[in-house]
Write a protein that binds this ligand. Structure first.
Ligand SMILES: [Zn+2]
Ligand SMILES: [Zn+2]
Length: 384
């Protein structure tokens, strides 16, 4: 019985290679009117579940919210008011464009299906899309263009891992993930040839820990030369998110930063927020001259502990990896890196890719004791 079950699973893994994501798009703006056009392939338009003639889907479809429903127009014709609009791809390579009209915003392009309804006084747009197309769009949105193929492969595997690990994040909202920073930014499908190649060449690959669980694939812009332990920044101390020394990012654009703060503001902050003894001359001197030679979790004075991550968020600093020097009426904060510092350092990974390191080496450099596996094999082994 067990053997038959495995054989069945293997068979399924081979046949069902595609996986869809249900992504809420335009989630960060309150949209009440959009234009939709077919860019490539063919679609069927359904209005309140009723299929329209094929020629209707090929025109500019103007959708305007009116109370709880939507007015649908095509050039020279008004089709009526509907509660549900579906644009379903009828070919494998079908692409549509959606342009927000109210408020006005740039045109976005997506593969596969589109569903629109009205929820909470705004258009609720969902893109039901192949996982690999979604991953390509996220890689471009999260890491930009003009980089190296091995870096894009790293980013594709991370974005795919993150998407599958968080697929239930919006379960109660009626979709899988949103297109904002809350989940992963997904502005459009990608047209960048190197990103498309990287996604194809890493098709289905994800990162797992020793227990074959998808990892929390955290990343940030620049670690400043040393990544952070996840437990020093977040509640969970994950074994694969341990501090590593990184010499690759030290000359990259976000490696260092400086910020000046008024001395009185700084001492006032320490006293009111952290009950720091600023009237004690030794304590005061130390607070004006903090040094992190290596990345540390907290500033310690006597029994008082102030997490550097709290100082970072209170002053909106680029990173929690900084030192402080007293100047006349101010303090000079000299910082290293940009972001929370946990997991993969993007600028270090870009530099490694430029130097010829392969994607699997880069992933294993930043995430410790992990494996890169195909997600279909993962389903199989999990049942073991
Ligand atoms: Zn989200
Ligand atoms: Zn780094």
């Amino acid at each position: 019985m067990r053997k038959v079950f495995y054989v069945l699973l293997l068979f399924c893994a081979g046949v069902v290679s595609a996986q869809d994501m249900n992504v809420r798009i335009l989630s960060t703006m309150k949209v009440s009117a959009v234009n939709v056009t077919v860019q490539r392939g063919s679609f069927q338009l359904l209005l309140d579940g009723k299929p329209q003639h094929d020629s209707v889907a090929q025109q500019v479809i103007q959708i305007t919210m009116i109370e709880d429903s939507m007015l649908v127009r095509i050039p020279n014709d008004t089709l009526g008011k509907f509660a549900l609009i579906q644009l379903n791809a009828t070919t494998d390579t079908s692409t549509f464009r959606i342009k927000p009209i109210v408020p006005m915003s740039g045109t976005r392009t997506y593969d596969d299906n589109l569903t629109i309804s009205v929820v909470n006084g705004q258009l609720f747009c969902r893109n039901n899309v192949n996982l690999e197309s979604y991953v390509g769009g996220v890689v471009e949105s999260e890491s930009g263009g003009r980089s190296f193929i091995e870096f894009y492969k790293v980013q594709a595997i991370i974005c795919r891992t993150y998407a599958l690990a968080h697929i239930n994040r919006h379960f109660l909202d009626g979709f899988d993930v949103c297109d904002g920073v809350h989940c992963q930014v997904y502005r459009s499908k990608t047209k960048e040839p190197l990103i498309l190649q990287a996604v194809t060449e890493t098709n289905g690959k994800v990162i797992v820990d020793k227990n074959l669980n998808l990892i929390t694939a955290a990343f940030h812009s620049n670690c400043g030369g040393e990544t952070a332990n996840s437990g020093d920044v977040w509640a969970a101390n994950l074994p694969y998110l341990k501090s590593v020394e990184d010499t690759f990012c030290r000359r990259m654009p976000n490696a260092i930063w400086k910020r000046k703060i008024d001395k009185d503001d700084w001492l006032n902050y320490l006293e009111t927020k952290h009950k720091y003894p600023v009237n004690d001359s030794t304590a005061c001197y130390k607070a004006l001259n903090m040094t992190q030679y290596d990345r540390e979790k907290e500033y310690v004075y006597g029994g008082l502990r102030i997490p550097y991550k709290n100082i970072r968020s209170d002053w909106q600093l680029k990173s929690a990896y900084f030192s402080i020097q007293e100047q006349q009426d101010s303090i000079l904060i000299s910082g290293r890196g940009y972001g929370h510092g946990v997991g993969l350092c993007q600028e270090g990974a870009i530099r490694m890719a430029k130097l010829g390191y392969t994607y699997d080496f880069i992933i294993n450099f930043y995430y410790r004791n992990v494996e890169i596996v195909d997600k279909s094999r993962l389903d199989f082994f999990r049942e073991d």
